[in-house]
Design a protein around this ligand. Structure first.
Ligand code: PMP
Length: 297
């Protein structure tokens, strides 16, 4: 897409489908000025939204963590998502629900604002290029750190928390990398700018405990797949030195799916057997109708 505003199609906004290019928010919206805005990223696989209920629930909880209530139930958000995907005739694509505080009040405190919800769906096949996914993505360390839970509602998927992700990813791209790996405020390995990170060490999976960043829905699904294969999964504090001892490293995320890491600055990694297995298992999982998924067509 050349841009995201001037398109044909439909976006569900505040209770009904509206023409894509007519959905607008006012420039004096609280969400824009003070980051009272939460969102989700979901994928449609073969006409089914993967883990739709989990995503809709996380959206509601993210808003609560920011102190506002989305005026729809989880069932209503699920239904609206399916309605939008249907209207867009989406078979394989991406879903972006976003909720924000409106323009009834301007200032840091905005308890009288109306809360809006919009859901857009579009075709968006791959986050990293197919070559990067095959050889493994190249990462560099970010200079920005994931903040402590005492400084931000770190578990919310809140737009304000993405400022450091955008800065990190753009710096990485300018230096010739695909993405950045972020440490947390303690110096422990945290996550990438839009995906979680997992290490394979001696046949086991080690992954940072998600105590100051998003506990990804894909991460949880992949941990389940690994356990199903009898692979031990250890959530713990992971330090940058652990990366030197890893046999394989990969990321998980709705957009990134399961993507191997080929390089982190001076460290190089092979795309190994466990990453490949889990990538294949994940591809199968997303195409099989499960309890948590909902059919679009
Ligand atoms: N961390 C960040 C910062 C992200 O943006 C994402 C993508 N939503 C993830 C992790 C992975 O989360 P999920 O698997 O739920 O998409």
């Amino acid at each position: 897409m050349e841009n995201f505003h001037d398109q044909e199609g439909w976006i569900w906004c505040d209770g009904k489908l509206r023409k894509w290019n007519e959905v607008q928010l006012h420039v004096l919206s609280h969400g824009l000025h003070y980051a009272s805005c939460v969102f989700e990223g979901e994928r449609v696989y073969g006409g089914t939204v993967f883990k739709l209920r989990e995503h809709s629930q996380r959206l509601i909880e993210s808003a609560r963590m920011l102190g506002f209530e989305i005026p729809y139930t989880v069932e209503e958000i699920d239904r609206a998502t399916i309605e939008t995907a249907k209207a867009m005739k989406c078979v394989d694509g991406y879903v972006r629900p976003v909720a924000w505080r409106g323009s009834e009040q301007m200032g840091v405190s905005a308890q009288k604002t109306k809360v809006h919800l919009a859901i857009a769906v579009w075709d968006w096949p791959s986050y990293f290029s197919p070559e990067a996914r095959e050889r493994g993505i190249k990462l560099t360390m970010s200079k920005w750190k994931r903040p402590s839970p005492e400084t931000e509602p770190v578990k919310a998927k809140a737009s304000g928390l993405y400022m450091i992700c955008t800065l990190s990813k753009e710096a990485a791209e300018k230096a010739g990398f695909d993405d950045a790996l972020m440490l947390d405020w303690r110096g422990q390995v945290a996550e990438c700018t839009g995906a979680n990170v997992l290490l394979v060490m001696n046949g086991e999976i080690h992954t940072p405990t998600p105590d100051c960043f998003l506990d990804g829905i894909t991460r949880r699904a992949v941990i389940g797949l690994a356990k199903g294969r009898g692979i031990k999964v250890i959530e713990r504090a992971v330090w940058p030195d652990d990366l030197k001892k890893a046999d394989e490293v990969f990321v998980t995320g709705t957009a990134a799916e399961v993507t191997p890491i080929g390089q982190i600055d001076d460290l190089h990694f092979q795309v190994g057997p466990i990453t490949r297995k889990l990538r294949d298992d994940f591809e199968k999982l997303v195409r099989q109708p499960a309890k948590q998924t909902a059919k679009v067509g």
